[in-house]
Structures are given as structure tokens and as C-alpha cells.
Ligand binder design. Structure first.
Ligand SMILES: [Zn+2]
Length: 212
């Protein structure tokens, strides 16, 4: 058994058990492969964390995330399914896509925070975290944009970028603490701030190409 098949060990006990389509043996919903007969499974509708065998936390071990992801992608490589049935080919492709989606979401702190708010905070923020109309952020964004368009040198632009990067670090620490304290609203506010800061960095990059 390789590690990709073995990630069932990290699943929570409460996880849903379903029968394997091939051997009918029990398997945890979300597993890409049956632990008994190794048959690839149709992707179950589970969240991104369960799909990768990770705890649903904001704090993610990124080394572990990469390890799990690359092992699964290797195990699902089309070459391995070249001589398999059409059904297994189809399932392996669908699994690879679902695992890619999960990986891209969990790897990025902003997407991860947004997603966690979506799955943990359904009662607090039914539409996920979307406070882009927060008036204080709008006001601040306007001021920073004015500053950015007035910045005529690389170093002036870089100063704005460095300030944003420093604040992003603090905001990520704050989001982590908010989730730990089950403060979904707090996480939501900080995620809105992270969204704004990430967008600001994009604008800074554009501005940097215009100055010399
Ligand atoms: Zn099986």
C-alpha cells in the first residue's frame, strides 16, 4: 500500500463510510482509492480538506499538503490507467480534477480562509465572506490608491508593497487565531482585509511597471 492509499489513517472517525463500487468493501467517503482492492473511486461530495485527508483547520502543514497532493497525482497519473477500463479512466480523471481544486484552494491562505468560513460559518455568513463594501476599507483603499498613483519611483512603490506584505503576515496570524477561537465573524472581517491587501499588491505590481 502506498502513502496515497494510506491517508485514510488521518480521517476523522465521524467520516462517512460507503461501499467500494468494485469489491463492495467499506471505505471512507472522499478516499481516491479503495483500501481493500485499490480500485479508483468516483469523487465523493466531501469538502476539500476531507478529500486530501487533512483536518479542517486554517493552520495547514504546507509540506504535508504538498506531499499528499503529489502522491495522489502520481497515483492518478493517466499512464497508470492506460490499460484500465473506461470507468476507471473516467474516475481517475475526475479524481485528479477534484484533488487539484482542493489543493489550489487549501494552498492559498485567502482561498483557504474563504473556504473555511464557507464550511464552518454557514449560520454566521450564509454567503461566505463577502464584506467588500466595508466603508472603512473602501475609504482606506481610496487613500492608498491615491498614494500609489502619486508614487513616481520604484522605491516609493516598493514601500507601499512592503507595508502591505507586512500587514498580510499579521492578518494571516489574526485569521489563524480567530479560527482557533471559533470566531467566524472575526475571521470573516480579517479575510475581507486580506482580500483587499492581496488586490492592492496586484495593483502595486502593475504600478511598478509604469514607473522607473
Ligand atoms: Zn474495493
Amino acid at each position: 500500500m502506498n502513502n496515497a492509499e494510506n491517508i485514510s489513517n488521518t480521517y476523522k472517525e465521524s467520516a462517512q463510510v460507503v461501499p467500494c463500487w468494485s469489491c463492495h468493501g467499506p471505505l471512507t467517503a472522499g478516499l481516491a482509492f479503495c483500501p481493500t482492492c485499490k480500485a479508483v473511486q468516483q469523487p465523493a461530495s466531501v469538502d476539500h480538506f476531507i478529500r486530501l485527508g487533512l483536518a479542517s483547520d486554517f493552520d495547514v502543514d504546507l509540506t504535508m499538503l504538498d506531499k499528499v497532493y503529489f502522491e495522489l497525482q502520481r497515483a492518478l497519473h493517466p499512464d497508470r490507467f492506460a490499460t484500465r477500463t473506461a470507468k476507471e479512466k473516467m474516475y481517475s480523471q475526475a479524481q485528479a480534477t477534484a484533488i487539484n481544486d482542493a489543493y489550489e484552494t487549501i494552498k492559498n491562505p485567502l482561498k483557504r480562509a474563504d473556504y473555511l468560513i464557507h464550511i464552518k460559518g454557514v449560520n454566521v455568513t450564509p454567503d461566505g465572506c463577502n464584506l467588500v463594501n466595508d466603508p472603512s476599507i473602501l475609504m482606506e483603499a481610496m487613500e492608498v490608491r491615491e498614494k500609489l498613483s502619486a508614487a513616481e519611483t520604484i522605491s516609493a512603490v516598493d514601500e507601499i508593497a512592503n507595508n502591505a506584505r507586512e500587514e498580510i503576515k499579521d492578518v494571516i496570524v489574526g485569521i489563524s487565531l480567530a479560527f482557533k477561537g471559533d470566531d467566524i465573524e472575526g475571521a470573516c472581517q480579517l479575510t475581507t482585509r486580506l482580500k483587499y491587501l492581496t488586490k492592492l499588491l496586484d495593483e502595486v505590481r502593475q504600478r511598478r511597471t509604469q514607473v522607473s
